[in-house]
Design a protein around this ligand. Structure first.
Ligand code: IMP
Ligand code: MG
Length: 203
């Protein structure tokens, strides 16, 4: 079990860069098989930016020709629990009418974020809206939604890295990890609260 130290914290590796790359290649092939070659990929910022960038290249390797757009949605208030209220902070530029869309997010947790985005794009006339997440945390689902494409089913712990943050930190880690505690201290349980100041965007 690999652990690194950064910012005075210990972060335990949950999914390695190699495991993630392997899943990305598999997901890209699954998307190609179900969604066809001409897609509009919409990445929900900020947390999905690394996953989306790697997935775009995996889609290319799988023979697809996706276009990409970005959308920022707010959902988190001060804490790490979703408040349930979603608003569009930054919208996509392209129209989606009659197009096949693949919505990309880092984590599916309550499901409110992706359900909101999916309904919005369907209302704008997208012919099909698929959903794709790197991590599925099924334990806290509130909205009636499952992702069409999932990288990993994830334990109900607060994770960071590979684009995901706690209080804006750790997005640069090339792996997905769990913040375990202060460097040099005993392990503490990660229930999502320790140091998890949250983010004011669903990123
Ligand atoms: P939900 O599905 O609407 O509850 O929101 C999922 C969003 O919450 C994800 O896109 C992340 O931005 C954020 N999130 C949920 N769990 C975590 C976590 O463990 N680490 C970092 N962000 C998280
Ligand atoms: Mg997010």
């Amino acid at each position: 079990m690999t652990t690194i130290e950064r910012r005075g914290r210990r972060v335990r590796v949950l999914y390695t860069p190699e495991q993630i790359a392997e899943r990305n290649a598999e997901i890209a092939r699954e998307i190609g098989a179900r969604a066809g070659p001409d897609l509009l990929v919409i990445a929900i910022l900020k947390g999905s930016f690394v996953f989306a960038a790697d997935l775009m290249r995996a889609l290319y390797a799988a023979g697809l020709s996706p276009e990409v757009e970005f959308m920022s949605l707010s959902s988190y208030g001060a804490g790490t629990e979703s408040t349930g209220q979603i608003t569009v902070l930054r919208d996509i530029d392209s129209g989606v009418k009659d197009r096949t869309v693949v919505l990309i997010d880092d984590i599916l947790e309550s499901g409110r974020t992706i359900a909101y985005a999916k309904d919005l794009l369907a209302a704008r006339g997208a012919s099909k809206v698929y959903t794709c997440v790197l991590l599925d945390k099924p334990g806290k689902r509130a909205a009636d939604i499952d992702a069409d494409f999932v990288g990993f089913t994830c334990p109900d712990k607060f994770v960071v890295g590979y684009g995901m943050d706690v209080a804006h930190a750790f997005r640069e880690l090339p792996f997905v990890g769990i913040v375990e505690g202060r460097a040099g201290e005993e392990d503490t349980d990660n229930g999502g609260g320790d140091g998890a100041d949250g983010d004011d965007t669903a990123g």
